[in-house]
Structure formats: structure tokens, C-alpha cells
Design a protein around this ligand. Structure first.
Ligand code: ADP
Ligand code: MG
Length: 698
């Protein structure tokens, strides 16, 4: 159970000052907690900028475009009958110059009362020069000396949602800070010392009540402290889960490798060295008593599927079953169709199981899995269901990992006793980040690609040259080519994405008629499959798609990839998309259509894509560019799965967090050392509850 000390933080945010029945929903939306935001969410909602009110210039020296706070005397009220549209103006001056305060749609009586002629006031706001006149439109503050004394010199600026105001969020955050319990330090003294980190509470306080803009800088000490806490909780959780999964000692799958050799012989190619090396690593795990928890990392097209199939064959030869799980129906079906003929040649019985099987089929598959008559099953998350029982599951393969979290890994592994686990991902991850995402696993990498791949010609073109593109496409289609046309991401709205894709498909249909197919994320599963199949068979020759084709889809005959609004995609995403072509014998090309003008980062992205097809290099560059994006002021949210840690800024902390976690977690999965108690607190604070529960007893 969560320590009761933390209860105040997990109480509803609605109890905080400034949050009432009216705006509670807005906070839920802002904090992305539809079931109700908690105090913790408010506390962890950090400002991304500041308003610096420290400048106290004389009026003459005040710099236009900056926020200034100055003392002045009111000399004149101008215009503005209460119903008139003209703004009401107040002229103020000090001994060096004057400023016009401008109020639109304000009640003049109210303004006059706050700023009576002859009175001296402190004014704070953004000064602008308008036709040579110094102006402040709606000053942020009008204060007397006493109020000035209470003015925070630097104000936090929070990300907002429509209907919420800075001051409301700031007030709630202040209330949340007051509920922060005293907790013991969980970070090692050496780390605190070396990185000069403040304490946890101190860091949160510095960010919510900044005294200088540096206090909210992602690379500053306060943000670094919180990122480190998060990375430490992440590493602890991964190590605890790793220990738990290894706790039931694995089983040795004893096989001579006959089935594997038969499979290899049936392949129309020979394995690459990288594939062989990965297989050796996997075989060693399978044959040992140790439970395998391994990640197979390989770029698109590096040949992971064959490696997995041979591994599954080994396990079957040892008398056990294997399961392969894919994130979508399309991919599960594709895996099945590609593997089944090979498996047949090696005498392996394989079946497909998805959420759409007919009941009779499903019953039959289930019975065969339970009896052991079936050796290998390929499917979607349907494989998780309670009703799926294996006679003896020895190996679970999970494809395209990034859609499966730690929880799913645990659930699938729980299907068999000490089931070995092989996770495959086609998202190359920079070495520095592997620990953050897969720190509970051993890693095999396929860096080399199968020989004979032709380079993909990559070009970028402004959308204005669409006609040329269509003309080129017409010529290519006449020669039998097949093309993907990827439609833009519209402000992360799936509905708008779909509309854009439908529009593009409509426009292309008016030129190419029935040769145009469409597939998008909002389509029902069977329709999606049908659209993919028509393209696979060549019934349609242009497939207009949203990014649903990004992961894994394999149509070797497709040689053209057109990406519309390429400037809206990330580097790794573009690389994944490009990886959909260049899979067959034909020469392939990738055309990045952009809407200019391109920023520096977008230009750099396109340059890198043109320069290399090495996904690992691209991933490293992506990370570097994101880092630079930050320097240029373009803010990024935290990395996937992280609230505070931005890997382009904080990746350097991961190794240290790992070492610190290793010292605290015993091989048998207990938290040890003087900080064990506070580390458990850390796990709960960062909501690594699954991991925290593993050490409940300890
Ligand atoms: P991944 O899943 O890693 O993206 P796949 O397993 O789908 O890659 O393999 C991509 C293509 O390369 C498939 O058509 C596969 O048959 C082929 N392939 C795999 N290994 C080799 C190899 N060693 N030599 C030649 N072709 C290979
Ligand atoms: Mg694959």
C-alpha cells in the first residue's frame, strides 16, 4: 500500500484553493486526468517560462517590448464614455518621461477609482512603443507601495487550457506545495553533491515560485533534480520488475537445433552475420536455466521476423509452444502469412488468432493450444485473454514493442510458468536511451541489413510543385509501380487527419480512378485489412494513408513513398515511413513534400534523411536536433512515458540513475540499504506502483 504520508498528494485537486466546482473540469483537462485531477498532478504541472518583473527602470530608460515595473504619478484621464468604443486612457509620468495606460472595454469609473489623477502608483506590464508613444495596454498590475512589497519578482508561466488563467493555476500550485509532506532524501549524497542538486521539495518550490528565469529552465538545477528523480524511479522499477521476472528460474529448452536448421534450409536467402549473432545470443538464453528477457532491436527491414521464427522453432523442438504477438490485426495476419509456409516446411503447426475469429474457429484454436496440438500461435492482444490457455508456453515473442508497456510484458509472461520473452522493436533507439526504455532487458541488435538492398532515392519538394509530382506518379504507375501517399498530421487530431486523407484520396481518384485506395486509423478493422489487401494484391496502386502504415507493413512491390507535409513529422517517423519502400528488387524513391518556408531544424532533418538510411544514426541525430530545438526555444514535452525527463536534455543522467538503482536492488528483488524506505516512497510518488508493490514485504 502507498504510505499514508503521501495521501494528501493523491487527494482530489478540487480541494485546492482556486479550484471549485466550476473549473475543476478544466483542471482535469489541463492535467489530462479525465477521472479527476489530484493534488500531485497540480504539483507536477510545471511552469515552462517566467514573467520577470525585476526590472525597475525610470520611464525614459524602459525598454520597449519588455516587462517593466515603475513608479509614476497619474496626470490625466482621456476619453472613453462608458459605452464608447474608443479605449479609455490614463496618462502617467515620472521625472524622466510619460506612459499611456490603455484600457479597452473597461468601465472608466473603475479605472478612475484605481488611478485617480494626482495619485502615485506602481505599474507593471509590457511596455510597447506605438507611433512613438510609450504605451502599456492593460497593465498587469496597478499597486500601491504595500502591494508592491508583496509582488513576486518573477512569476511562473504555466501551460494552460482554454478558460483557465495563470493566476488560478499558480494559486492551486501554491496550495499543492503547502501539502507536500516532508520526505526523507532518496538520492545518494554523492549524486546530490556532484550534480549540485537541490532537494525534491526545494526543487518543486523553486519551479512554482521561481526567483529567476533559470529556476524553470529544463537544464537548470531544479528541473534536473526532478528529471533525476523520475529517471531513478524508472530504473528502480525496471530492475525490480527484472528481478521479479527472473525470480521464477527459467527452464532450459533443450533442442539440437534441427527445426531451426530445416527452417534455414527452406529460406530463399542465407542469414546475415547480425542475424546469426542475435540467434546465438537467443539460443544461449533459451538453452540456459536463466529466464530470457531479451530485446531484439533492428531497423525496419533488418530481418527480425526470421530470427524470431527460428527461435520459436527451437522451443517447439524442445517440446514447448511459442506465441507471437503483434500490435495490429494487419500485422498479425501479415506475420502469419509470411511465416506459415516456412513453418510448414519445418513441420511446425501454426495458427492465427485475432479479435475477429469466428467463434467456431476460435474454439478450435483454443482447444489445440490447450492440448498442445498447436505449436505456434500468432495474434494480437487477444492472446492476453484469460480464456487463452497453453499446454506449455515456452516462448513469447512481442513484435513492435513500443505499443506494449511493462504491464503487458508482465501479463504475457505470466501466461506460462517462467515463459521466455523476446521483444522486437523496429524503432532504433540511441544507445544512451536503451536503459531508460528497456532497462529490464538484455539487448541484441541487428545493425546490418540483408545484402542487395538498393538505396532509396530521397528528395524533398515544396507542395507548390504538386503537379509535377502527380505527373511523375502517372508515369511511374504506367510502368506498373505502386505508391504510398501519406497524409499530414493535423494538429494531433485524428478526425482532421482522416478528413485530410479523404480529401487527398478524392483528388487522386479524380485522376487515377479505382487505382486509389484509402486506409486510416478510424476505419473498422476488417475494412482496414481489406484496403491493405487490395494494395498488396495490386488491385489498388496508390494507397493513401494516415500513419497507420508506419509500423511493420510489408508490400515489397511498393516502390514509391510520398509524404505530404513532411515538415510535420519527426525524423524517426519519416525514417519509418521511408522504410515501407525499398523492400523488393525495384528501385525505390521517397518524396518529401513540404510546405515552406522550412525552419533550420526541418531543413536539417531532410538533409539527414537524404544522407543516410541507417536508423540508428538517424535516431542519434533526431535526439541531437531535438536538443538544439530546445536551445532555439521550441519546447518539447517530456519523452514518452516521462513527465519531467526530456531525454535530449537529461539523457546523460540515465547511467548514473542506473548505477544508483543497482546498488539499491538486490538480485532477489529487495530494496536494500539505508534509503530503502525513501526509495519506496519515490516509486509511489512517480506512480511506479507495480514495481513498488513488488517490494511491499521487503
Ligand atoms: P523487420 O521485421 O526487421 O522489419 P523483416 O523480418 O520483415 O524485417 O524482413 C524484411 C525482408 O527481408 C523480408 O522480406 C525478409 O524475408 C527479408 N530478409 C530477412 N532476412 C534476410 C536475409 N538474411 N537476406 C535477405 N533477405 C532477408
Ligand atoms: Mg517486422
Amino acid at each position: 500500500m502507498r504510505p499514508s504520508l503521501l495521501d494528501p498528494l493523491f487527494a482530489p485537486a478540487a480541494a485546492l484553493p482556486g479550484i471549485g466546482p466550476k473549473n475543476a473540469k478544466l483542471f482535469d483537462r489541463l492535467l489530462d486526468r479525465p477521472q479527476g485531477a489530484r493534488v500531485l498532478d497540480v504539483l507536477f504541472h510545471l511552469p515552462t517560462a517566467t514573467l520577470d518583473r525585476r526590472a525597475r527602470p525610470k520611464i525614459r530608460d524602459a525598454e520597449p517590448g519588455t516587462i517593466v515595473t515603475f513608479e509614476a504619478t497619474v496626470t490625466e484621464h482621456r476619453g472613453g464614455q462608458s459605452r464608447s468604443r474608443a479605449p479609455f486612457k490614463v496618462l502617467v509620468e515620472d521625472d524622466t518621461g510619460d506612459v499611456e495606460l490603455v484600457f479597452f472595454l473597461a468601465n472608466p469609473e473603475w479605472v478612475k477609482a484605481r488611478l485617480p489623477v494626482g495619485a502615485t502608483r506602481w505599474i507593471s506590464g509590457r511596455l510597447e512603443l506605438y507611433d512613438g508613444v510609450r504605451q502599456i495596454v492593460h497593465p498587469d498590475k496597478v499597486m500601491d507601495a504595500e502591494e508592491l512589497a508583496r509582488l513576486p519578482p518573477v512569476e511562473p508561466v504555466y501551460p494552460l487550457t482554454e478558460g483557465l488563467y495563470q493566476r488560478t493555476v499558480a494559486r492551486a500550485a501554491d496550495g499543492a506545495l503547502k501539502r507536500l509532506p516532508r520526505v526523507d532524501e532518496w538520492v545518494a549524497a554523492e549524486t546530490l553533491d556532484k550534480l549540485k542538486l537541490p532537494g525534491f521539495a526545494e526543487a518543486l518550490t523553486a519551479m512554482h515560485r521561481p526567483s529567476a528565469p533559470e529556476d524553470v529552465d529544463p537544464a537548470g538545477r531544479a528541473a534536473t533534480r526532478l528529471a533525476y528523480d523520475e529517471l531513478l524511479s524508472n530504473q528502480l522499477a525496471l530492475l525490480l520488475i527484472r528481478a521479479r521476472m527472473r525470480e521464477s528460474a527459467g527452464r532450459a529448452h533443450v533442442a539440437e537445433g534441427l527445426a531451426g536448421r530445416r527452417l534455414e534450409a527452406a529460406l530463399p536467402f542465407s542469414l546475415t552475420n547480425a542475424q546469426r549473432k542475435a540467434l546465438d545470443e537467443i539460443r544461449a538464453d533459451l538453452r540456459s536455466e536463466k529466464r530470457m528477457i531479451r530485446l531484439l532491436q533492428g531497423d525496419v527491414g533488418s530481418g527480425k521476423t526470421v530470427v524470431a521464427l527460428i527461435a520459436m522453432a527451437e522451443v517447439v523442438e524442445a517440446g514447448r509452444q511459442a506465441a507471437m504477438m503483434a500490435p495490429t490485426e494487419v500485422l498479425a495476419r501479415q506475420h502469419f502469412e509470411r511465416m506459415a509456409p516456412l513453418a510448414g516446411k519445418a513441420g511446425l503447426r501454426m495458427a492465427l488468432m485475432t479479435g475477429r475469429d469466428r467463434p467456431a474457429e476460435r474454439r478450435e484454436t483454443l482447444a489445440a493450444l490447450a492440448s498442445g496440438a498447436l505449436h505456434i500461435v500468432v495474434g494480437t492482444h487477444a492472446l492476453f485473454q484469460e480464456s487463452v490457455v497453453f499446454a506449455d508456453l515456452g516462448l513469447a515473442v512481442v513484435d513492435e514493442q513500443h505499443r506494449f508497456g511493462v504491464r503487458q510484458r508482465l501479463a504475457l509472461a505470466a501466461k506460462g510458468q517462467a515463459t521466455d520473452l523476446l521483444v522486437m522493436t523496429a524503432t532504433p533507439i540511441p544507445r544512451s536511451l536503451v536503459l531508460a526504455y528497456f532497462g529490464d532487458m538484455d539487448v541484441s541488435v541487428l545493425r546490418e541489413k540483408p545484402p542487395g538492398r538498393q538505396p532509396i532515392e530521397t528528395r524533398a519538394m515544396p507542395i507548390e510543385r504538386l503537379e509535377e509530382v502527380v505527373a511523375g506518379l502517372t508515369r511511374a504507375l504506367a510502368q506498373g509501380a505502386r505508391a504510398y501517399w501519406i497524409c499530414p498530421l493535423v494538429e494531433e487530431s485524428e478526425t482532421l487527419d482522416v478528413a485530410a486523407a479523404e480529401d487527398r484520396a478524392g483528388a487522386l481518384r479524380s485522376l487515377f480512378g479505382d487505382a486509389v485506395g484509402l486506409v486510416h486509423g478510424k476505419m473498422a478493422g476488417p475494412d482496414k485489412d481489406a484496403a491493405m489487401e487490395r494494395f498488396q494484391r495490386g488491385d489498388t496502386r496508390i494507397l493513401v494513408a494516415t500513419t497507420v502504415v508506419e509500423v511493420g507493413v510489408d508490400v515489397p512491390a511498393a516502390t514509391i513513398m510520398i509524404v505530404e507535409h513532411a515538415e510535420r513529422f519527426g525524423l524517426s517517423q519519416l525514417h519509418q515511413l521511408r522504410g515501407r519502400v525499398g523492400r523488393g528488387a525495384g528501385r525505390s524513391s521517397c518524396l518529401l513534400l513540404y510546405r515552406g518556408p522550412l525552419g533550420e531544424t526541418a531543413k536539417a532533418r531532410i538533409e539527414i534523411l537524404r544522407a543516410t538510411e541507417d536508423g540508428f544514426r538517424i535516431a542519434e541525430e533526431d535526439l541531437r536536433l531535438r536538443g538544439e530545438g530546445d536551445v532555439l526555444g521550441a519546447r518539447q514535452a517530456g519523452a514518452p512515458g516521462f513527465r519531467f525527463a526530456r531525454l535530449e536534455v537529461h539523457a546523460g543522467l540515465i547511467a548514473r540513475a542506473r548505477r544508483e538503482a543497482e546498488v539499491s536492488v538486490e538480485g532477489d528483488g529487495r530494496l536494500v540499504g539505508e534509503r530503502a524506505r525513501s526509495l519506496r516512497m519515490l516509486l509511489y510518488l512517480f506512480e511506479r506502483d507495480e514495481a513498488a508493490k513488488l517490494v511491499e514485504a521487503g
